[in-house]
Design a binder for this molecule. Structure first.
Ligand SMILES: Nc1nc2c(ncn2[C@@H]2O[C@H](COP(=O)(O)OP(=O)(O)OP(=O)(O)O)[C@@H](O)[C@H]2O)c(=O)[nH]1
Length: 586
């Protein structure tokens, strides 16, 4: 028969030993005060002396207050193991999940995960098993706890073997062998390798792995495993058409099987014996052995093989009805068995597809995220560039505006300067004449009165000649200052040239104008100009012309004022001559 048919049962066996991890620990003294040691000892006893371990576990569960938080997780792990051992899978799964999710110590989480992986295989929760297997495969590089790593590797090999992934099962079994502790650890890992090869139909009678595993388990004194491996050899004899050798080996290991009392091995041996007897034609014995298997009412795997033997014997002997009956039973179990293999393969593929889809989704998301991040970076850079452009633009506009402002101010300044006399800072002749003409035009429209006064300093040449041009310039500035004292802001004041100044008195009657001119004359006369300790006295002659007589034409007014000025000079200087009438009088 195929070793496949026994895989799940062997799976259970392996789990039972692996999770116990029966390291070489002495347990003579079971009343240890140190709770940490008690926990370790209890773990050992779970395999080597189960009744004793139950007592230890009960004591520990009553003294949880004495345990550290980490020891409490260890205790939960032992309780989970116990529940699984007792086939209370609902309870053990709850406990395992609690440890996996909430234990802060990865040692317990990893060991619990390894056991839960086993349990999922036993309970045929294949999807859960392969999902957990994927998780543990990814987690493996971080597992530093030797026991946890070993347990994970063994159970990965087991679960992947169940999925028909022989290469992976062999790979993890070899990894487990590489880290296996001497003794039982070597036996368990070597047996896992044999099982992986057997499940993948890669095991031959002369495969060195088989003998290596038998030697390891014999040396480690693990009789159940040794017997199981011998049964693997029996199956190979049967598969290769050597039933007598199979029977010989079964006879050889029969005493050990009885001593072990391990039911799966006992059933396996019986089924193999029935098959071998049937092949050699000993139908009566074969039927008897097969019926003994049926009587034990085992799980489907052995029952299926037993019914197959019975069906072939009845058919061979022409017992059609019995043959048909056995065939129906065999076919039903065989279908269930094939369905189970199919279910494992499907679950494995579904999980791989799911993982692949998740990976693709993750990659797609990563790509999208990368794209988004790149877009965000681009957007940020664009925004930054835009801000920069805006700042530059504003700066350019600012600078432009500033430049414009400066240019305008400069233009205005030049314009203003171009309107002013350089020495006295009052209007020059050109601007004075232009402004005077404009004002007179406005005055004419509203018939306002105005007066043009021309002021000419007396004997200015002699000041220059006597005291120099600097004194002459200073005199000119002081004269302007004196005139401004008596002018209103509406009046127009300009230097017409040399020592000659013009004034347009706006909205000023003849009398008011004469009075102002007289005050200006008096002020100039009163002015003493001192420069380098030299004091100069000055005077001025002023000629006036009025709009009420000369009209609003500037030229006429200037001519009139000039004529009046001429009169003032002729009249002895230092006086005001008002209009043509005065000139006529003069
Ligand atoms: N210091 C100085 N002298 C100037 C300036 N502009 C003209 N003058 C001088 O002013 C003098 C004018 O002299 P004149 O035209 O003979 O007149 P005046 O000496 O005042 O004689 P009357 O007008 O007849 O009293 C000349 O000597 C010019 O050189 C100036 O900006 N600064």
């Amino acid at each position: 028969m195929s070793r496949w048919s026994r895989s799940l049962q062997r799976y259970t066996v392996c789990v039972g030993f692996v999770c116990g991890l029966c390291w070489q620990v002495s347990y003579a003294n079971t009343s240890i005060a140190d709770t940490g040691e008690t926990l370790d000892l209890t773990e050992t006893l779970q395999i080597t002396d189960h009744p004793q371990s139950l007592q230890q576990l009960a004591s520990l569960n009553q003294e949880t207050a004495l345990l550290t938080p980490d020891q409490q997780w260890h205790l939960r792990y032992l309780n989970a193991w116990e529940a699984m051992y007792e086939s209370d899978y609902a309870k053990s799964e709850t406990l395992f999940q609690d440890i996996i999710r909430h234990s802060s110590n990865p040692i317990w989480a990893d060991r619990a995960s390894a056991l839960l992986l086993s349990q999922f295989g036993i309970t045929r929760h294949y999807t859960d098993a392969f999902e957990l297997a994927n998780h543990l495969t990814a987690r493996l590089p971080q597992v530093t706890d030797a026991k946890g790593r070993f347990a994970i590797l063994l159970n990965l090999s087991q679960s992947l073997g169940l999925a028909g992934q022989t290469d992976l099962a062999v790979h993890y079994a070899r990894m487990a062998m590489a880290v296996a502790p001497a003794g039982k650890g070597s036996c368990y890992s070597a047996s896992s390798l044999v099982q992986a090869l057997s499940n993948g139909h890669r095991l031959k009678l002369d495969s060195p792995e088989l003998q290596q595993a038998i030697d390891a388990c014999t040396a480690a004194k693990v009789p159940v495993y040794s017997t199981d491996l011998q049964l693997t050899l029996v199956a190979l004899y049967l598969n290769e058409g050597q039933p007598r050798k199979a029977l010989a080996l079964l006879d050889q290991i029969a005493p050990a099987i009885n001593v072990d009392g391990y039911v799966p091995n006992k059933l396996e041996a019986l089924v193999n014996r029935a098959q071998a007897l049937a092949v050699i034609g000993n139908d009566g014995s074969a039927r008897k052995v097969a019926l003994s298997v049926v009587a034990m009412d085992p799980s489907s795997d052995w029952l299926k093989d037993a019914y197959e033997v019975l069906y072939r014997i009845e058919k061979k002997q022409g017992n059609t009805a019995a043959a048909l009956d056995y065939h129906e039973k065999f076919a039903a179990l065989d279908k269930a068995y094939l369905d189970d293999i199919h279910a494992r393969a499907l679950a494995y593929e579904a999980v791989q597809q799911h993982v692949l889809a998740q990976k693709l989704d993750t990659e797609k998301l990563s790509e999208q995220n990368a794209g988004l991040r790149a877009q965000q970076k681009l957007d940020a850079k664009t925004a930054e560039a835009n801000r920069l452009y805006l700042v530059l633009l504003l700066m350019a506009l600012g600078f432009g505006a500033l430049a414009m402002f400066r240019l305008k101010r400069s233009q205005l300044r030049f314009k203003r300067l171009s309107h002013l006399d350089g020495l006295t800072a009052i209007y020059n002749r050109q601007h004075f004449m232009g402004e005077a003409g404009r004002l007179l035009y406005q005055l004419e429209k509203r018939r306002g009165a105005a007066c043009v006064a021309i002021i000419d300093l007396d004997h200015f040449k002699s000041i220059n000649d006597t005291h120099g041009h600097a004194m002459g310039d200073e005199v000119l500035r002081r004269v302007v200052a004196a005139c401004k004292q008596h002018l209103r802001t509406v009046d127009l004041f300009g230097r017409l040239g040399g020592e000659e100044f013009g004034i347009l008195l706006v909205d000023c009657s003849r009398e008011q104008s004469i009075a102002i001119a007289e005050r200006i004359r008096a002020a100039i006369e009163a002015t003493s100009v001192e420069l380098d300790s030299v004091v100069v006295k000055i005077s001025t002659s002023i000629g006036l012309a009025f709009t009420d007589a000369a009209g609003y034409d500037l030229r006429s007014l200037c001519t009139g004022a000039d004529a009046a000025l001429y009169g003032a000079k002729r009249g002895g200087r230092n006086c005001v001559m008002a209009g043509v009438e005065d000139l006529a009088m003069a």
